[in-house]
Design a protein around this ligand. Structure first.
Ligand SMILES: [Zn+2]
Length: 114
């Protein structure tokens, strides 16, 4: 009974291990090869090359995410590290910041073209 109080809102170790295994299998699949073939990070949109991309769960396993195709994205090491060290709220702020920036650059491009 000793760990029940702390374990009530998380999924157990065994489930996490099963999801990690699933992710490992997907990483070897053609689907993943296609997804990483451009070498682009899902979050920041930088081209870092296939070898620099890691597999990331958009919703972490520890927060109830699953190893499904729509929850797995290629991610550069910088974003991966940042995500791990951020609180979920901080990470969302970072994502908003990125989307604002990309909106600005699109605007700039349009202006310089016209
Ligand atoms: Zn990135």
């Amino acid at each position: 009974m000793k760990n029940d109080f702390f374990g009530f809102d998380g999924i157990d170790d065994q489930a996490i291990r099963a999801e990690r295994n699933k992710a490992r299998q997907l990483r070897r699949s053609r689907w993943w090869q296609r997804k990483t073939s451009s070498g682009t990070c899902y979050y920041c949109g930088r081209k870092v090359g296939i070898k620099a991309l890691t597999m990331d769960h958009i919703i972490p396993l520890s927060r109830g995410g699953r190893s499904t195709r729509d929850n797995l994205v290629p991610c550069c090491k910088a974003c991966n590290t940042r995500k791990k060290s951020s609180l979920p709220v901080e990470w969302e702020e970072y994502m908003e910041h990125l989307s604002e920036r990309s909106a600005e650059t699109t605007l700039e491009k349009k202006e310089s073209n016209g």
